[in-house]
Design a protein around this ligand. Structure first.
Ligand code: ADP
Ligand code: MG
Length: 250
């Protein structure tokens, strides 16, 4: 399996945005294509530092491609991606991605999997991250004995252990049962509120995006077709003013 950004870590992490802990992302006129297929075109999106952004859209509309572009795993044919004003390309050490499958290494213990996310493999930092997700007592276990929800917690701990300024979630809860999903949603929301990183959640579940995020954008025809802030206080129930998003996706 591919671990993506998590295995390629430089020794030193850059300074985080002191005010918010997060990073400001500014995408201008981005175009990404695979051969003849233009997946993203003229896409403009500015995400303030510390915002929790939801990205929704039909399957195949380019949500994962957008996340991969932001993560530096995809290159724009045209346009720019700026982090705190600086144009970037390639992987950044302060960006972490969480996928639908936990992508744990089966030959490493839970603790050693989390240590992959820490630049120098520091055990204490890894233990601290495991405690944050409620798995402090499972550090010596093999991934194979964990439930799907626990594996995703370990994956989240690995992402947090590097103290990211940007955390990208690509449908991370899609494979979980309903109850585990709600527990994980609450955990992600709490950690985001405590840590103040910028977060982007890709999901086909509009209700989940509305429950968790500050602002939901819809990707359609390779670009952002709708962009709406959420004004309800947390914790929140589903916001009925987003009903039109559902009808555009389903
Ligand atoms: P989503 O995450 O919204 O389901 P994706 O971003 O994964 O959509 O994919 C958008 C489109 O780009 C799809 O048509 C998909 O088949 C295509 N695509 C994604 N990655 C590649 C790739 N590496 N090579 C060729 N086509 C790709
Ligand atoms: Mg996808």
């Amino acid at each position: 399996g591919k671990i993506g950004v998590q295995l390629e870590l430089p020794a030193k992490l850059p300074q985080r945005n002191a005010a918010t802990g997060g990073i400001h992302i500014d995408i201008q006129e981005a175009q990404v294509q695979f051969g003849e297929l233009e997946v993203l075109r003229n896409l403009n999106l500015s995400i303030p530092a510390g915002q929790f952004l939801g990205v929704v859209g039909r399957s195949g509309c380019g949500k994962s491609t957008l996340l991969r572009l932001i993560a530096g795993l995809e290159t724009a044919a045209k346009g720019t991606v700026r982090f705190d004003g600086a144009a970037t390309s390639g992987l950044r050490p302060d960006v972490r991605v969480m996928f639908q499958d936990a992508r744990l290494l089966p030959w490493k213990t839970v603790l050693d999997n989390v240590r992959i996310g820490v630049p120098d493999g520091d055990r204490d930092k890894a233990r601290e991250a495991l405690a944050l997700v409620g798995l402090a007592d499972r550090e010596k276990e093999w991934p194979s004995v964990l439930s799907g929800g626990q594996k995703q917690r370990v994956s989240l701990a690995r992402a947090l252990a590097g103290d990211p300024s940007l955390l990208l979630f690509d449908e991370p809860l899609g494979a979980l049962d309903a109850l585990t999903r709600i527990e994980m949603q609450q955990l992600i929301e709490r950690l985001w509120q405590e840590r103040k990183f910028t977060a982007i959640l890709v999901t086909h579940d509009v209700g989940e995006a509305v429950a968790l995020t500050d602002r939901v954008v819809l990707v359609e025809s390779g670009t952002i077709s709708h962009d709406q802030s959420i004004t309800l206080a947390r914790p929140r129930e589903k916001d009925s003013s987003f009903a039109h998003y559902e009808s555009l996706i389903l």
